[in-house]
Structures are given as C-alpha cells and as structure tokens.
Design a binder for this molecule. Sequence first.
Ligand code: ATP
Length: 135
Amino acid sequence: MAEKTLLLEVITPDRKVLSEEVDIVVCPGVEGQFGVLVNHIPFLSALDIGEMYYRKGSQVEYIFVGGGFAEVTGDKVTILADSAERGREIDVERAKRAKERAERRLAMGRAANIDWARAEAALRRAMARLKVASR
Ligand code: ATP
C-alpha cells in the first residue's frame, strides 16, 4: 500500500500557487520554523516572511511566503499567504530593485520621515525572495 501523504495548498488573494500531495511541509511560523507530517494534530499558526519547503519523495521545493496563516488538519496543510511564489516564478531583478529601495529608505535613518516597519518588511521580503530564487 502507498504511504499516506499530505495535501499541501498554497493560496494568495490573487491565485492558487500550488496544490500537491507531499510527504512533509516546513513553514516559517512567527514563533519559529515548524514541520508537518501526515496525521499531525490540527492547529493554526501565523506565518512570518520567509521560505517554506515541502518534500515529496526525493524532490524538495522551496517557496517564498510573505507572511500569512497556516491551517493544519490531519491530512491537509493550507497556506493562506499575503504573497507567495515558487522559486522559478521569482523575478530576481525585481527583488533586487525592491531590496535596494528598502535599503535606501532604511539608510536615511529612523529620524527621517519614513515608515520604518514597512521598509524593513519590504527588505525582508526581497531578501527572502532572493534566497528562494537561489536555491
Ligand atoms: P515590489 O516592491 O517589487 O512590488 P513587494 O514585496 O512589495 O515587492 P508584495 O506586496 O509581496 O511585493 O507582492 C505583490 C505582488 O507582486 C504579489 O502578487 C507577488 O507575488 C508579486 N511579486 C512581488 N515581487 C515579486 C518578484 N520579485 N517576483 C515575482 N513576483 C513578485
């Protein structure tokens, strides 16, 4: 009999990014990275900006997540992400431009009239995208 797998769905406000049967999912929870195997107890977690990955047999795929929520039931993980892209979907030049923009803003210093938290989040998204794209 085939091993039981977990259905992973990654959804953003714009689109369904992915729907796959997988063996394990690892996500960037706000309280740290967590992994999910089939038959995990149900739970909900907020997600940080970062990378998630899944493994299916010997295949591993990394996905950028711009924060959101994960809902885990016994045989399904649903990722509701603010934004998410598979590695091959990431526009590296765009992420580099976003990184430079955010760095320029942050270099102006806290006293400058900038939305610090917004610039910091933009920088973290850009860096996470570049990391996923380079995997
Ligand atoms: P930018 O300033 O370049 O728009 P951002 O981090 O502000 O970057 P998000 O708000 O996270 O962008 O995403 C807005 C939309 O653009 C989403 O649909 C997201 O998937 C897409 N997107 C953003 N950056 C990239 C990228 N480098 N490659 C592919 N898609 C991207």
